[in-house]
Design a protein around this ligand. Structure first.
Ligand code: SAM
Ligand code: DTB
Ligand code: SF4
Length: 332
């Protein structure tokens, strides 16, 4: 049996099942122990998320408020200017963020003017000394390399669910497409951020299978976002029940035990959680959150910065300070 002090990439489904299905308090205790072995438990990475291009996406992800085919009533916005993005990144840094993630409602990156603009934004945000992350959809090997050369530190690309359940929620691309992008990101030397969503109507077995895929990648993703479905009116999943926070706790704790060194991010869903519910997630090993100046994650609500500050003060948490070595030195 694992003593939870080593990094493993050979987890079996049965082992993950027995971790995941433990009595909750035992699971949280184990996860908290792993958390303390590998991290400073009072430090939480604050990652500011900004939607740099919103809505109008051609994909059919059934959870997403930005898919053009669903009538969600969001305001579609074309790519923001570098100047506006860098100004928001500077304010995020001043407010204590160490990572800045730029999201675009694209299926994939295309080699066009918008991509050139993104590369300039990456350069500008990297120059501020923040860890720069992007989530832009599928990437080719050469696009990943160009992003790295521009100073990209991390790339977010989620598996979303199990391979089996994936095709129930998205038909316009495959699970293997997702895994290929992760390979391109890894090959370019960019830090991998990949996790998923719960509350899409999947079973516990689907959640376990997704964690199995993530934790058996040749190298664990450095960041693992765990999202609760943010229900958006007009999407096919709008009427699903709200995710029970204990389900988030169970998922986070299992991810923490399987991938001890990774940052496990309590992602979408915080706006519908109390401070008490979020505290359980931190106790279970979450050590990263998304914040946003607009109080919207992308198109759904996220807690106010003031409320997060109060929560940090109450729980004795502090924003993780970025390692000075992090600034990506562009390769010429
Ligand atoms: N368009 C790109 C893509 O899909 O890869 C990048 C942005 S997309 C919004 C990034 C991730 O956000 C998705 O893969 C999904 O995991 C998460 N996400 C999107 N909408 C969500 C929702 N309503 N609730 C929870 N997570 C969501
Ligand atoms: C991730 O795992 N969660 C973020 C980020 N990566 C891009 C997005 C969550 C989106 C929640 C719903 C919305 O606001 O559109
Ligand atoms: Fe498009 Fe990404 Fe939303 Fe899917 S999750 S519809 S790819 S923005």
């Amino acid at each position: 049996m694992n003593n939870y002090s080593t990094i493993r990439n050979d987890w079996s489904i049965q082992e993950i099942e027995s971790i995941y299905h433990q009595p909750l308090l035992e699971l949280v205790y184990q996860a908290a122990t792993v958390h303390r072995n590998f991290h400073q438990p009072n430090e939480v990475q604050v990652c500011t998320l900004l939607s740099v291009k919103t809505g109008g996406c051609p994909e059919d992800c059934s959870y997403c408020g930005q898919a053009a085919r669903y009538h969600t009533g969001i305001t579609v916005k074309s790519l923001m200017s570098k100047q506006d993005v860098v100004a928001i990144a500077q304010r995020a840094k001043d407010a204590g963020s160490s990572r800045f993630c730029m999201a675009a409602a694209w299926r994939e990156v295309r080699d066009n003017r918008d991509f050139e603009n993104i590369l300039e934004m990456v350069e500008g945000v990297n120059e501020l000394g923040l860890e720069v992350c992007c989530t832009l959809g599928m990437l080719s090997e050469s696009q990943a390399k160009r992003l790295q050369e521009a100073g990209l530190y991390a790339y977010n690309h989620n598996l979303d669910s199990s391979k089996e359940y994936y095709e129930e929620i998205i038909t316009t691309r495959t699970y293997d497409d997702r895994l290929d992008t992760l390979k391109h990101v890894r090959k370019a030397g960019i830090s991998v951020c990949s996790g998923g969503i719960i509350g899409l109507g999947e079973t516990h077995a689907d959640r376990i299978n997704m964690l199995h895929t993530l934790s058996n990648l040749p190298q664990h993703p450095e960041s693992v976002p765990v999202n609760a479905l943010a229900r958006v009116k007009g999407t096919p999943l709008a009427d699903l029940p709200k995710v029970d926070s204990w389900e988030m706790v169970r998922m986070i704790a299992t991810a923490r035990i399987l991938m001890p060194k990774s940052m496990v991010r309590l992602s979408a869903g915080r706006a519908e959680m109390s401070t008490e519910e979020q505290s359980w997630c931190f106790m279970a090993g979450a050590n990263s959150i998304f914040t946003s100046e607009s109080e919207e994650l992308l198109v759904t609500p996220n807690p106010r910065l003031d409320d997060d500050k109060k929560m940090f003060d109450l729980l004795g948490l502090k924003p993780m300070v970025k390692d000075k070595s992090v600034q990506v030195i562009p390769v010429q």
